[in-house]
Ligand binder design. Structure first.
Ligand SMILES: C[S@@+](CC[C@H](N)C(=O)[O-])C[C@H]1O[C@@H](n2cnc3c(N)ncnc32)[C@H](O)[C@@H]1O
Length: 323
């Protein structure tokens, strides 16, 4: 529903002989061409990849920046940064004309406190990475059993296990409703509270499935197709990682950081995020007139990309320019 990039055997090449033998050679960033074109990367500029992940988008930005350029990559997840560092190091890239690259373990919300930082572009490809999703020990997926963790930053305090076992029933229902847009939130929250303690993703998925079952007949086709735990897992992940607050902070900081003509590009994976981006761009273009919206409608993945990468199906990209 809301996953980001993927690893697939049919990965698009990034050019250069190293790609074929690299362990992340087949990692395919979502809306790669669209995002890079919208950023309008200028050689020698300063760009921020707010969600560096496995470095797929960053790699393309770096290639266009060349040696006089500067790329700042942020991620909450140190494991992602490690992979990105490997992918983006000059020797590893096989590129001689390579920019200065600075990778920082930080939330992009911290850009709100950045003083004196000026950039020609900011890219945010939000959501979970394939690295996070595929590691059962991180607890993001209901398809593999693991501890109920869901933290993008393992140093942050709140885990999904704490949320599931300690919130009262009403608070839990509100989280599931607000961040998962799950209309069975009360029923699911009640079942969770009755089944406590819940320590694993498989146990939680089982409790949710049992609670959701009696309503299955009234669901539309989409609702019936997705796993009954999809929305609740999404809600918990968003809550645990404060994803919507972080996004709002980033969008507030962007006009201060961007140079005139600089661009902000956001790829999101569910309607809650897309609405926040749309509203922030619209407000910035009407009220204070610091943005020119470049995407009247969100850009979505081509059918060919959706076929190749099912996770791209829910991706929506919006872009704005600092005026
Ligand atoms: C979909 S992946 C990005 C993939 C990347 N564009 C690529 O091509 O490899 C999203 C990444 O954003 C990170 N992330 C999510 N929210 C964040 C935040 N508030 N601050 C920093 N990183 C964040 C996640 O840890 C994850 O690694």
């Amino acid at each position: 529903m809301d996953e980001g990039s993927t690893d697939t055997p049919q990965g698009v090449g990034h050019g250069g002989g190293r790609e074929a033998s690299h362990p992340l050679a087949n990692h395919v960033p979502v809306l790669l061409k669209e995002a890079i074109d919208s950023l309008n990367v200028r050689r020698g500029g300063t760009y921020i990849d707010a969600t560096v992940g496995l470095g797929g988008h960053s790699y393309e930005i770096a290639k266009r920046l060349g040696a006089p350029g500067h790329l700042i990559g942020l991620d909450k997840d140190p494991a992602a940064l490690e992979r990105a560092a490997d992918r983006l190091r000059p020797a590893g890239s096989g590129e001689a004309d390579w920019p200065k690259i600075e990778l920082r373990h930080a939330s992009f919300a911290s850009l709100a406190e950045a003083r004196g930082l000026k950039a020609d572009g900011i890219l945010a490809d939000i959501g979970v990475s394939s690295l996070q999703l595929s590691d059962a020990a991180r607890g993001f997926s209901f398809q593999a059993d693991g501890p109920l963790d869901m933290r993008m930053d393992p140093q942050s305090e709140r885990t999904a296990e704490q949320v599931v076992n300690h919130l009262d029933e009403r608070e839990l229902a509100d989280v599931i409703y607000e961040f998962g847009e799950e209309r069975r939130s009360r029923r699911i929250a009640r079942a969770i509270v009755r089944s406590r303690p819940i320590r694993s993703t498989a146990h939680l998925a089982e409790v949710i499935s049992a609670a959701a079952r009696p309503m299955n007949s009234g669901q539309n086709k989409y609702e019936r197709r997705i796993h009954p735990a999809t929305r609740t897992f999404q809600a918990l992940r968003i809550f645990v990682n404060r994803e919507l607050d972080d996004l709002k902070a980033l969008l507030e900081a962007a006009p201060r950081i961007l140079k005139p003509g600089g661009r902000v590009v956001v790829i999101s994976f569910h309607s809650l995020e897309d609405r926040i981006v749309k509203d922030a761009f619209r407000e910035g273009s009407i009220k204070d007139k610091y943005f020119r919206v470049l995407t009247k409608k969100p850009v979505t993945a081509s059918l060919e990309e959706q076929d190749r990468n099912p996770r791209a199906r829910s991706a929506k990209m919006r872009a704005a320019e600092r005026v």
